[in-house]
Design a binder for this molecule. Structure first.
Ligand SMILES: [Zn+2]
Length: 239
């Protein structure tokens, strides 16, 4: 793949070029993310699409292959943990990956205007937003300021966990991730329609802070996260 030169007439480096921008299949998009996470976990990231040549190439338009609806936690940087670069991921982050109107609008923009085939809800162990909601539920003391909005958005997941007999924080986190997947589809008819038509899928994954591994915990349609492509479907073997 030939990349245009960087400003100033010097050709940009081409070591990280790939065809991820052409991915339109939800399962292939997930496989690409999974492959990048494996590179990150193993300590051999390629840092694709982060060079000056690619920066210039994507300046005129973007075709991200995945939307990430992630927690704002500082240890959860999407492009790092999935080993991706500029133009690859459309990232929306809030504490506890809560889904207000602006989040829904951002997801719908990516899915309908940019044609992004995959939405990933990215949660993690030891999530502070879930812990804060748990504390509020236990003490009845509401937090100050707008933090209450985050807590309110997480409380339904706590109630579901209690109904299911789940009491450990990581089990509650998994339920909250699955609940967020459901919330996106319930609150956005635009997204639900894209999923029904097979143009998009929604996958919830749980990230472990220490190990760096992501694990799917929910998927619509089911099975979309099961495609196992060892080296990713479109990234060259050597970069
Ligand atoms: Zn968190």
């Amino acid at each position: 793949m030939s990349l245009p030169g960087a400003p100033g007439g010097q050709p940009g480096p081409q070591r990280s070029a790939d065809q991820s921008s052409t991915i339109t299949e939800p399962a292939l998009a997930y496989a690409e993310l999974a492959a990048g996470n494996r590179r990150f976990v193993s300590g051999s990231p390629r840092h694709p699409n982060q060079d000056a040549g690619h920066r210039a190439a994507v300046a005129d338009g973007q075709h991200p292959f995945a939307v990430i609806v992630g927690c704002s936690d500082s240890r959860l940087a999407a492009e790092i943990i999935f080993d991706r670069g500029l133009g690859d991921l459309f990232v929306v982050r809030t504490a506890g990956h809560t889904t207000g109107p602006e989040v829904l609008g951002s997801v719908e923009y990516a899915v309908t205007v940019l044609g992004t085939p995959l939405v990933v809800v990215l949660g993690h162990d030891s999530c502070g937003a879930v812990q804060a909601a748990r504390e509020v539920a236990a003490t009845g003391v509401a937090p100050e300021g707008h933090l209450g909005a985050v807590v309110d958005a997480v409380l339904p997941s706590l109630r579901r966990a209690a109904a299911d007999g789940v009491d450990d924080i990581d089990g509650i986190v998994d339920i909250h991730i699955a609940q967020t997947v459901e919330a996106l589809l319930e609150q956005s008819s635009v997204l639900a329609d894209a999923v029904t038509r097979g143009r998009c899928a929604v996958v919830g994954v749980s990230y472990r802070l220490a190990a760096g591994v992501v694990r799917p915990v929910a998927a619509v349609p089911a099975g979309v996260a099961s495609l196992d492509v060892p080296d990713g479907p479109s990234t060259p073997a050597a970069a």
